[in-house]
Design a protein around this ligand. Structure first.
Ligand SMILES: C[S@@+](CC[C@H](N)C(=O)[O-])C[C@H]1O[C@@H](n2cnc3c(N)ncnc32)[C@H](O)[C@@H]1O
Length: 357
C-alpha cells in the first residue's frame, strides 16, 4: 500500500487489532506507513523557517496546559498491570522504557542494566546523595541506585499503586532501607525537602506543561550542585501532539490513550530553560529501543500462554485477556518499528542534564 493510502475504516481496523487477526508482518507494515504519514505531515511546511515556527507554536500551546493534562487513563490502560504479567515481557528489573545494547551480543537483562549504569554516569551519581526518581515505574532505577550506593537515599514517585507496592516489596526482599515510595500525581506533587539528583525516565512523554513541571522540579533541587537528568523518546527534529491526522486514524488511538502522549523533538526542552539551564545533551540512537522492542516481543511470545492466564484472572474473561495481549504485542512492534525507522535515525532517545538556575 503506498504511503498516501489510508486505512479507510478505523473501527474495522481497531476490531481486527483487538482480535489479533492482523498478521504481524501486516501490522508492522501498517505501522511504518503511519510513521511515514507523520513525517509527511510534519514536513508539509516545506521550509525550516515554517517548521521552526510550528515547534514554537507547540511550545506556546503546551505552556497553556496543565502539567499532566490528558494522562488520566494511562494507569488503568498501561501502568497498573499485574507484576506477574510484566515479568513475561520486560527485563528482570521490569524497566518499561528503552534499554542500552552497548554491545550487540548483550541479552535483554544485560542491556537493561547497561542503561541504568549509563544514567548513573551521565547524572554524575555518587554515594551519599539524595535522589528523586520521578515516574519510577517498577523501580528499576530506584532499586539499582539504592543497591549500588548504599549511603544514598532514593525517593521514588509514581501514581500507580501496583508500582509502589512492588517497589516496597522488593525493598523488603533486598533488605534496602534507603528507599521511600510516594504515591502521587506528579502534577500535584509537593516536596518539603530538596535533592542532589532528580531523574525522570520515560515520564516527560506523558507531560504537557514542561515550563510548570521544570519550575516545580527546580524548587526540589538542592541549591548547591544539584542536577536534573531526563531521558525521553523523541523525533530528531519534529515535535507533535499524538493526535489523529484524520477521522480514520487508528494509529493515534490504538497504542496509547488519546491525548496521553506527546512526541517532542530532541532539543524541545531547551525552550523551557526558565528555571533550569542545560549542562549536557546526548542522543541515544533509535537502534537501542528498536532492539528492546524486538526482545520484549520475543520474551512475551515465549510466555504467551502464561500471560493469557494472568490477564484472564485480572480481566475476568479469555476475550478480554486476548485483547490485552494483542495490545501488548502491538506495543512491542510499535516500539521496534518506530525506533528502527530509517535505521534508528528518525525517532530516538534524548538525554539531558540540567542544573538549577
Ligand atoms: C514509561 S514509564 C517509565 C517508568 C520508569 N521510569 C522506567 O523507565 O521503567 C512512565 C512512568 O511514569 C508514571 N507516570 C505517568 N504519568 C504520571 C503522573 N501524572 N504522575 C506520576 N507518575 C506518572 C507511570 O506510572 C510510569 O511509572
Amino acid at each position: 500500500m503506498p504511503p498516501h493510502v489510508k486505512m479507510n475504516n478505523k473501527a474495522e481496523m481497531l476490531k481486527r487489532l483487538e482480535q489479533g487477526s492482523v498478521p504481524d508482518d501486516e501490522l508492522r507494515r501498517l505501522i511504518r506507513i503511519e510513521l511515514g504519514r507523520r513525517l509527511q505531515w510534519c514536513q508539509q511546511k516545506p521550509t525550516y523557517e515554517e517548521q521552526t515556527a510550528d515547534i514554537l507554536s507547540l511550545v506556546k500551546s503546551l505552556r497553556q496546559m496543565g502539567i499532566a493534562s490528558g494522562s488520566d487513563h494511562l494507569n488503568s490502560e498501561m501502568y497498573d498491570m499485574p507484576i506477574s504479567f510484566l515479568k513475561t515481557t520486560f527485563g528482570k528489573l521490569l524497566k518499561e522504557s528503552g534499554y542500552y545494547f552497548k554491545d550487540e551480543s548483550m541479552t535483554l537483562d544485560e542491556a537493561e542494566e547497561a542503561i541504568l549504569d549509563l544514567y548513573c554516569e551521565r547524572a554524575q551519581l555518587k554515594d551519599g546523595q539524595k535522589v528523586l526518581d520521578l515516574g519510577c515505574g517498577q523501580g528499576a532505577f530506584t532499586l539499582h541506585v539504592a543497591q549500588k550506593y548504599k549511603d544514598s537515599h532514593v525517593t521514588a514517585v509514581t501514581n500507580a499503586a501496583t508500582e509502589k507496592n512492588y517497589i516496597e516489596d522488593q525493598c523488603k526482599i533486598m533488605g534496602l532501607s534507603n528507599v521511600e515510595v510516594i504515591l502521587e500525581d506528579i502534577a500535584k506533587l509537593t516536596m518539603k525537602t530538596t535533592f542532589d539528583r532528580i531523574i525522570a525516565i520515560g515520564l516527560l512523554e506523558h507531560m504537557k506543561n514542561y515550563g510548570l513541571l521544570l519550575q516545580n522540579i527546580s524548587q526540589w533541587m538542592n541549591p548547591a550542585e544539584s542536577l536534573l537528568f531526563i531521558d525521553h523518546v523523541c523525533h530528531k527534529s519534529f515535535a507533535y501532539k499524538c493526535e489523529p491526522l484524520d477521522e480514520n486514524d487508528w494509529f493515534a488511538e490504538y497504542f496509547f490513550p488519546p491525548g496521553s502522549f506527546t512526541m517532542i523533538s530532541a532539543s524541545f526542552l531547551l525552550y523551557f530553560q526558565d528555571d533550569v539551564s542545560l549542562v549536557d545533551h546526548w542522543i541515544l540512537s533509535g537502534k537501542h529501543f528498536h532492539r528492546t522492542g524486538e526482545e520484549w516481543l520475543k520474551k512475551l511470545d515465549a510466555n504467551l500462554e502464561k500471560g493469557k492466564e494472568i490477564l484472564g484472572s485480572k480481566f475476568g474473561s479469555k476475550e478480554a485477556a486476548l485483547k490485552e495481549i494483542n495490545h501488548w504485542r502491538g506495543l512491542c512492534m510499535f516500539s521496534s518499528e518506530t525506533f528502527g525507522y530509517n535505521g534508528g535515525e528518525e525517532w530516538m532517545n534524548s538525554h539531558l542534564l540540567f542544573k538549577k538556575k
